[in-house]
Design a protein around this ligand. Structure first.
Ligand SMILES: *Cc1c(COP(=O)(O)O)cnc(C)c1O
Length: 471
């Protein structure tokens, strides 16, 4: 049988090929690797037809290639329609010109005002559809340092047979981020403010997922960006952004796309789009002071550094989980080699890959680059960039090429990061968003809990027992 784009394998080679539904429910591969499609379709012939489609129709064409027969076409259309109906722009992802040869793809028009909604709205609806088909329930468990939590909650709030438990460090997320999570009134949403750090939360989650009996008994599911469905939903806007700039602004053949990067999920979707044939000349990886990835793309050495708190907290990551997916292609799709390198890295060594990858350019923007970028563009055009998007724009500005205009992904609305905007612009009003202002008056619904795995498991058990008693 030929390799198929709707069958999934592990980067470490330890599982039999899976269908799309199984891949989504598995999350992390059972051999510890990440799931990838067996083959990447070549879509270059389809670009002219695709460029005329609406966002939803384009999503349908691209997703179908990786879903195969796992979801009937009409159901997939409905899922996509539901996922993007709540966006406050009819285009879903609007494009605008920021400067000469520099365009912005606004990915933050979803309900929590960050790009994660594009994937998590789809994943929430997909989980609900899978349950409706297969029966059963799901309990989603995740740890967040801020943005992922609210987008994941918003993706599944009020959905039947799904509960979501989100751990975040008490007192260490911004007041606004906490409000975005803990003011959601739906009974299936459980916010657990742990007395510890984000890393404690992350470790507890990992340990609970490793207890396979507990995982099975309580049907635990993951929503972090190791889930293939999240990458899939993000491939769409790389094509969309190129098409819209070609249509409305510049007849360029190919583009550079700049991506503010943390866990390497978003830019990996761009890498898939490029391999499928999207007109992308190169991807520009933009990191903040946590620069393991930009160092790697410039020097070939992948080595850990300390995690620093920055103005762009959603990118404060050193070890990016999706990097393993990229590594698989850099190792010529050899899973033994990936497993060997990941073991070496887990043992504390750094990795060294020969040859630079001309598909990528990379740079890091520090806090003064970020603030300066926000200020310059505000003064020039009145546009307010959020600090994550500003990292992407400031790095893109170092790599401008006349022949290949740059598209920068704008990953959050500036209203989510009022402190950074205030220090850049000394203006209390700039970049506010009315939806976020409204949250100030709502009551918080959260449980403060010890950063202890057994306590968290007890909480989950008790909640589900109560729920059973009520139904
Ligand atoms: C999550 C996030 C990022 C980083 O995306 P990755 O897929 O983790 O690389 C960038 N900006 C914002 C606003 C985010 O929420």
């Amino acid at each position: 049988m030929l390799p198929s784009s709707s069958l999934y394998i592990s980067t470490r080679g330890g599982i039999k090929p899976l269908g799309f539904a199984e891949a989504v429910l598995m999350g992390l591969a059972e051999d510890g690797g990440l799931l990838l499609p067996q083959a990447i379709p070549d879509c270059r012939q389809r670009l002219p037809a695709w460029s005329a489609l609406s966002y939803g129709d384009l999503a349908f064409e691209i997703m179908s290639l990786y879903i195969g027969a796992a979801i009937p076409p009409q159901d997939l259309k409905t899922l996509i329609q539901q996922s993007y109906a709540g966006f406050d722009s009819p285009e879903v992802v609007p494009l605008l010109k920021l400067d000469e040869g520099l365009f912005l793809a606004e990915l933050f028009h979803g309900p929590t005002l960050a790009f994660k909604d594009v994937a998590l709205q789809f994943l929430g609806n997909l989980f609900a559809w899978l349950l409706q088909e297969q029966g059963g329930r799901l309990n989603i468990l995740g740890a967040t340092s801020g943005d992922t939590g609210s987008a994941a909650i918003c993706g599944v709030r009020g959905k039947k047979n799904i509960n979501i438990f989100i751990l975040y460090p008490e007192g260490r997320v911004s007041a606004l981020q906490e409000r975005q999570m803990a003011t959601v009134p739906d009974a299936n949403v459980h916010c657990l403010a742990i007395e510890g750090s984000f890393d404690d939360g992350q470790r507890i989650i990992k340990d609970i997922f490793a207890e396979l009996d507990f995982k099975k008994e309580y049907s635990l599911a993951a929503v972090n960006s190791v889930n293939w469905a999240r990458i899939l939903a993000q491939i769409v806007y790389y094509f969309w952004a190129c098409f819209r700039v070609q249509e409305n602004y510049e007849q360029a053949q190919r583009f550079q796309v700049s991506v503010p990067t943390g866990n390497f999920g978003d830019i990996f979707a761009g890498y898939m789009a490029k391999r499928m044939g999207a007109p992308i000349e190169r991807l520009i990886l933009a990191s903040n002071e946590n620069d393991i990835l930009s160092r790697f793309f410039n020097s070939g050495e992948y080595s850990r550094g300390p995690v620093n708190a920055t103005l762009s907290p959603s990118m404060d990551i050193q070890v990016a989980s999706n990097f393993e997916r990229y590594l698989y292609y850099r190792c010529d799709e050899n899973p033994e080699e990936v497993a060997r390198l990941m073991q070496q890295f887990a043992a504390g060594e750094s990795l060294r890959l020969p040859d630079k990858d001309s598909d990528f350019a990379a740079g890091s923007g520090n806090s003064s680059d970020t603030l300066d970028c926000i200020r310059r563009h505000y003064q020039r055009s009145g546009y307010v960039l959020d600090p994550h998007s500003a990292v992407g724009v400031s790095v893109a500005e170092r790599f401008l090429q006349k022949s290949h205009p740059s598209i920068c992904l704008a990953t959050a609305h500036p209203g989510k990061f009022p402190e950074a905007i205030r220090s850049a612009l000394q203006d209390e009003k700039a970049g506010r968003h009315p939806d976020l202002e409204k949250l100030k008056d709502l009551p918080l619904r959260k449980t403060i809990i010890k950063a202890d795995k057994e306590k968290i498991k007890d909480f989950i058990r008790n909640k589900l027992k109560q729920e059973q008693a009520q139904s």
